[in-house]
Ligand binder design. Structure first.
Ligand SMILES: [Fe+2]
Ligand SMILES: [Fe+2]
Length: 152
């Protein structure tokens, strides 16, 4: 019984350390991308991450914290694409919002997470959340949490 508890605690510690390492690397990358393109979105992203961390304190331990945290970091990464040379001047605000912000943002997020060696199942979930994160009418628990954190 005691060793069971010990094994559970070790497992929890390993997961926590792994998530902290992933977060550190993702934070570094997101910061670099936004500071070169739209710095105000770096500030916004940090606020959303702080909010989601607060929400995570309240939710059940079985919920997928990795998915929520990664989605918070990447949800608006699509805005940075608009500032790449091939898009500048070729796209209006509405197209920017819909096409780049969600669709291209989801693909961009996927690429970042793949290059970091994140498990495909997690990438799929995060990418989905990024692609729909402005649609209020979808019934998805994680999406609701992300939308709540995004209200800043
Ligand atoms: Fe957004
Ligand atoms: Fe946002």
């Amino acid at each position: 019984m005691k060793s069971d508890l010990k094994a559970k605690r070790n497992n929890w510690c390993e997961k926590t350390v792994k998530l902290a390492q992933i977060e550190e690397e993702l934070h570094r990358r997101v910061k670099e991308i936004f500071l070169k393109t739209v710095p105000r979105y770096y500030e916004h992203t940090l606020k959303v991450v702080a909010n989601i961390k607060n929400i995570m304190k309240e939710i059940d331990a079985s919920e997928d914290r990795t998915v929520l945290l990664l989605a918070a970091y990447l949800h608006d990464i699509g805005y940075s694409v608009a500032y790449r040379g091939d898009y500048v001047g070729n796209i209006g605000p509405q197209a920017l919002r819909t096409r780049l912000h969600s669709d291209v943002g989801a693909k961009f997020a996927e690429g970042i997470l793949k290059s970091m060696g994140i498990e495909p199942e997690i990438i799929k979930k995060v990418s989905y959340l990024v692609s729909v994160h402005h649609q209020q009418d979808i019934e998805d628990r994680y999406l609701k949490i992300l939308l709540q954190a995004d209200k800043v």
